[in-house]
Design a protein. Sequence first.
Length: 250
Amino acid sequence: MDHSADAHRTDLMTITRYVLNEQSKHPESRGDFTILLNHIVLGCKFVCSAVNKAGLAKLIGLAGETNVQGEEQKKLDVLSNEVFVKALVSSGRTCILVSEEDEEATFVEPSKRGKYAVVFDPLDGSSNIDCGVSIGTIFGIYMMKDDGEPKLEDVLQPGKNMVAAGYCMYGSSCNLVLSTGRGVNGFTLDPSLGEFILTHPDIKVPKKGKIYSVNEGNASNWDVATAKFVEKCKFPKDGSPAKSLRYIGR
């Protein structure tokens, strides 16, 4: 019996192992941040499964209010929001949750509170599902400023104050990109293992590229420098080939 494939799999860097390795670099750490990230990862796995199993009607919100069992059917963006709210609250490490789906912030009850605030869009791009564009979850994590009663101001901070940020994209493959302040790493969900595996370590934007991405519909709002740069991409004057345009958005 050939065990080489199984042996190779044991060497894979899972996202859980990666986060634990990062935790070990901070002797003062109590593991709270690791537990929170694990709950976010669990939420991503659940939504990925729901996206793969949902029919088109449910994806774009055409499903009826009840199914044949009399149970309420929910659009995926609503379901995804509930999944992440429950996952974050049950982690016991959050105090404030701000979701793109909810008008008001969620303040976690005192018995389940932790020291982190999480902002997220549970299913970004859901309006683009009908044209085959990828959808995903975006999240950012802040640490509370003090030990007092949590306030809305605790999440009204600049992005540079985040202790972690990332997104999970659901498509032909499920990819999770994460930064905890020391570079950016990409993980891909292996369905056979049920684990996110490190597949794109230390992601960086190249100094030069052959592709540019821009929403031409906003051209009237561009400043002079942006307009000149896009013009240069289209019509380079140094004899180099024009750059290719690749844009997916709304």
